[in-house]
Design a protein around this ligand. Structure first.
Ligand SMILES: [Fe+2]
Length: 551
């Protein structure tokens, strides 16, 4: 507060200040009127709102108030940063207090009271005459004017302004609490979305599934009328996933992206005020949007677009940051899936190389390993095993006889009946295979199938004589698949059996040589297995990695 200012001036007539429209925004006008009315109510004084630059009256708290104040007091009343009270000899006490600060000046509340009940200042009489007031009207007006001394008036004003300032502070704090509450709510929603997303990041999970979860949560979080996730996999297959009501299709999205070819996609692209056209191209219905790239390093996997916020809101850093976080998580996940598939394919080519070495040793059984792998996987599917287990069963099928690499070629290729010594040598192949693969970290999960595929359900198999559930499930499945292909294939010393004969043997051997549950699964899938073997060709590419295009 600055020092109070008290002047002793002669009373004199003055021009009435102009009352009328001043070019201030409606919102500001409403605000100053509210401020003025609050002060009028707190002090019981009539107030005028005057803008300091031109001295124009913006509003009056009392329509009957004569708009008088001396030119010589204008500077004092309108330029001071503090309350001003000036008592004149005529009995008029002018007061002023700044209401609102603006870049081009301020709006000040000013007014006057009478210092004693008998005061009848000539300036008021003249102003009333100019307005054609009757003497009676003027007398009535003078009666309504409050009477107070300069010190009382100043005290009153300071108390009222102090209350107003406390109320304003309270209002400001409440608004800030409100904003913080909204921010916390928004942040919580964001964290919750990112948490949900990261919880779903299993390699085996379809990226489409993940993207659809993102879209649903995004719609609720951003309140955008349209959201799109557009993904492209490593085989250049695209998936366009719109949600809500985006104003364009895949073609429109491609057109939009092409417009910003030179944009630095490490940052989100935010555009407001689009109004249906952008860089000379038409995008009907597009008002605003944020577009981010789904990428990991130099590998791009697609785009996320959010457009047309509800209630004509504009996109800002909060929305852009949320979309960027989602794009980063999706991009990293897709890159991991990519690397996982590459790793998977590498293992598969290595396994195929091993199997081709075995096929070269015993051309008569060529294709046996691959058919066993396919049959075992089909039985596993019938048993509704998870994808990961099916992949392990498939690899174990390819490798189940790999130990035959260590068996003498003459025994393997002997056309006639084997001697018991030769049979003992053959029986070593599960353990030889197990020992070959035991040192290969990536093939550890195939070991139970390789080692135990010649075990019998009744415990009379080899090499360990395990029975029933002691035999790993993978090995019990491989035992059925291996027997089916072995019995059905031609050998130098016998013809392959027809399926009916094999199935008769399966029925009799269920619960003895083979697990009855797996024999049941075989019968449920027998038609598919027959087709699979009839259609089989060693040159077929039978490995189908799961890609983002798979649902
Ligand atoms: Fe075998």
């Amino acid at each position: 507060m600055t020092t109070e200012l008290t002047l002793e001036l002669e009373d004199f007539p003055t021009d009435s200040p102009a009352v009328g429209c001043v070019d201030i925004p409606q919102e500001l006008h409403d605000h100053v009127v509210a401020e003025m009315n609050q002060l009028a109510s707190a002090t019981g004084l009539p107030w005028l709102c005057v803008e300091s630059q031109g001295g124009m009256v913006v509003a009056k708290s009392d329509e009957d108030l004569l708009p008088i104040f001396p030119d010589s007091l204008c500077d004092t009343l309108l330029r001071s940063n503090d309350i001003v009270v000036v008592e004149q000899k005529s009995g008029l006490v002018f007061f002023g207090a700044p209401l609102v600060e603006r870049a081009d000046g301020r709006i000040v509340g000013v007014g006057y009271a009478l210092s004693h009940p008998d005061a009848r200042p000539s300036s008021m009489v003249m102003a009333a005459t100019e307005l054609n007031w009757s003497a009676e009207r003027l007398n009535n007006h003078l009666k309504t004017l409050p009477h107070c001394s300069q010190s009382t008036l100043e005290c009153l004003l300071r108390t009222a302004l102090s209350e107003r300032s406390k109320a304003a502070r309270e209002h400001f704090l409440l608004r800030e609490i409100d904003q913080l509450g909204n921010q916390i709510e928004q942040t919580y929603e964001e964290i919750s979305l990112l948490h949900t997303l990261t919880g779903k990041l299993q390699i085996s999970r379809s990226s489409i599934d993940l993207a659809e979860s993102c879209l649903e949560r995004l719609a609720g979080l951003l309140r955008a009328k349209g959201n799109i996730i557009w993904l492209e996999d490593r085989r250049s297959e695209t998936r366009f996933l719109p949600h809500g009501d985006p104003p364009f299709d895949e073609f429109g999205m491609a057109k939009l992206i092409a417009r910003f070819e030179t944009h630095d996609w490490s940052r989100p692209l935010v555009k407001n005020g689009v109004s249906g056209t952008l860089l000379g191209a038409d995008f009907p219905g597009l008002k605003n949007f944020t577009l981010v790239s789904v990428a990991e390093g130099e590998h791009r996997y697609g785009w996320i677009l959010s457009c047309n916020l509800e209630n004509d809101r504009e996109f800002g850093t909060v929305e852009a940051s949320l979309l960027s976080s989602i794009a980063t998580i999706l991009g990293t996940h897709l890159r991991n899936v990519d690397l996982y598939h590459q790793h998977d394919e590498l293992i598969l080519s290595f396994v195929r190389s091993l199997v081709s070495t075995l096929d070269a040793k015993d051309p008569y059984t060529r294709g046996h390993s691959e058919r066993v792998a396919l049959i075992a996987r089909r039985i596993g599917e019938e048993m509704q095993l998870p994808d990961e287990d099916l992949q392990d069963i498939y690899l174990a099928g390819l490798l189940h006889d790999i130990g035959k690499i260590g068996v003498d070629d003459r025994i393997l290729q002997k056309p006639g009946q084997l001697t018991s010594e030769e049979f003992e040598k053959i029986q070593e192949h599960p353990m030889i295979g197990y020992n070959i693969l035991a040192g290969l970290k990536n093939l550890q999960r195939t070991l139970p199938g390789v080692r135990y595929h010649h075990e019998s359900y009744n415990g009379k198999g080899y090499p360990d004589g395990l029975a029933a559930d002691e035999i790993p499930l993978m090995a019990r499945i491989l035992a059925v698949a291996d027997s089916y292909d072995a019995m059905g294939s031609n050998r130098p010393y016998r013809e392959g059996m027809p399926p009916e004969k094999i199935e008769e043997i399966f029925r009799r051997g269920a619960g003895k040589q083979w697990d009855p549950g797996i024999i049941d699964a075989y019968f449920a899938a027998s038609h598919d297995i027959l087709m699979l073997c009839e259609d089989y060709s060693p040159t077929d590419s039978i490995y189908r990695p799961v890609d983002i295009a798979s649902d």
